[in-house]
Design a protein around this ligand. Structure first.
Ligand SMILES: *Cc1c(COP(=O)(O)O)cnc(C)c1O
Length: 367
């Protein structure tokens, strides 16, 4: 069978490996496996969100409220923005897809950082658009501006902070940059890790309200998968002016979010204690990973997220490191598919992190 030729240029997204796989392949007990690979919340979901999921299980036979009124209302209050400025996706991933489909075609260019979230390019290629990357791996807005002027992209993706490297632009420089972009170019600000950046440095905090009041061509994306601990529930949101939201709404499949997921997101948003504990654990544990890198002589990017990326030099090899740790039940993310000799480690609980340091230390001493 032949498929769309665009598929030939697409590499299948390599998701973080699941715990079940390690149990199956290496015979390690499920509770002994540590997963620090997908930037999930190591404290788990908010207990209030879990309660909401269970409570809504009895409505499993009913379609969810397609207007998603309750969640939109909660987000509208949370961000102090109108309800008509919101769209909900099955993860913010789905909204990235809507943005591409709304703006890009086979003639389009989509601009992004040298190393950034893989899904931007995958979705761009699905519609036959060309992904253009800045020369630097991390975000450099001067380079973005030059590439913008040269390539006239239809969409720009700014990942603030950036996955998988952890770098983060200042809010002020982002606003200055946006002033120089034509109002017909859609700028997507992916704020998947904004909660962590904000907790570390207020200069990094992007205010969606100010953003959409200042710029008509910008959409801010948030997710419940990371700081809010609901990766398994698949809920994300987009905030933009009504014109953009109405365009994206045409692309949204009906009932794209389940009832338990909607209820969980509302409860998680409301649980300030859990979100604070999550960002606090991250702030406390991150320096241990920096210290470990310094001791071992690894380069790392100072991170504004809930993960850290270590870069290696030969003979150390990220694929070998990831495989060896995997066999010991420690799942981390190898960044070889990004063309890097590097690994990305999600900041876990103190106990998980200690296990990582011990296992990695043993590996390094054997080398
Ligand atoms: C995790 C992540 C997302 C979206 O995750 P969903 O689970 O689909 O909400 C989006 N962008 C970046 C950069 C991410 O790391």
């Amino acid at each position: 069978m032949t498929f769309n030729a665009t598929l030939d240029s697409i590499k299948t997204y390599e998701a973080g490996r699941p715990i079940e796989l390690v149990v199956r392949e290496f015979g390690i007990a499920e509770d002994a496996v540590v997963k620090l690979a997908s930037n999930e919340n190591p404290l788990g979901a908010s207990p209030k969100a879990i309660e909401a999921i269970i409570k809504n299980a009895c409505n499993a036979h009913l379609y969810p409220d397609d207007s998603m009124y309750a969640l939109k209302n909660a987000l509208s209050k949370h961000f102090n923005i109108p309800v008509h400025s919101l769209i909900i996706g099955a993860g913010s991933d789905q909204i990235i897809e809507f943005c591409i489909h709304a703006k890009a075609n086979t003639q389009s260019k989509v601009l992004m950082a040298g190393t950034t979230f893989a899904m931007y390019e995958i979705y761009a290629k699905m519609v036959g658009a060309e992904a253009v990357r800045t020369p630097s791996r991390t975000h450099n807005l001067q380079e973005f501006l030059e590439a913008y002027n040269t390539h006239k992209p239809d969409i720009i993706f700014l990942c603030i902070p950036n996955n998988p490297l952890g770098d983060c632009l200042d809010s002020k420089e982002v606003f200055d940059f946006l002033k120089q972009i034509d109002s017909n170019c859609l700028v997507v600000i992916d704020g998947a890790y904004q909660e962590f950046a904000k907790a570390k440095d207020s200069n990094k905090a992007i205010c969606p309200k100010t953003l959409i009041e200042t710029f008509s061509n910008v959409i801010y994306l948030g997710t419940f998968s990371k700081a809010y601990g609901l990766g398994g529930m698949r809920v994300g949101y987009g905030i933009a002016n009504a014109e953009i939201i109405q365009a994206l709404a045409k692309l949204r499949p009906p009932f794209n979010i389940t009832t338990p997921s909607l209820a969980a997101a509302i409860a998680a948003l409301d649980d300030k204690e859990h979100i604070n504990a999550s960002t606090q654990n991250n702030l406390e544990q991150m320096p241990l990973f920096e210290r470990f890198a310094i001791e071992k002589g690894f380069k790392y990017t100072p991170s504004y997220t809930n993960f850290i990326t270590y870069y290696f030099e030969s003979p150390l090899d990220s694929t070998q490191i990831a495989d060896c740790l995997l066999q010991k039940g420690m799942i981390i993310r190898n960044l070889a598919s990004y063309g890097l000799n590097a690994i990305r480690i999600t900041i876990g609980t103190e106990k998980q992190n200690t296990q990582f340091f011990t296992l990695f230390n043993t590996y390094l001493n054997k080398k």
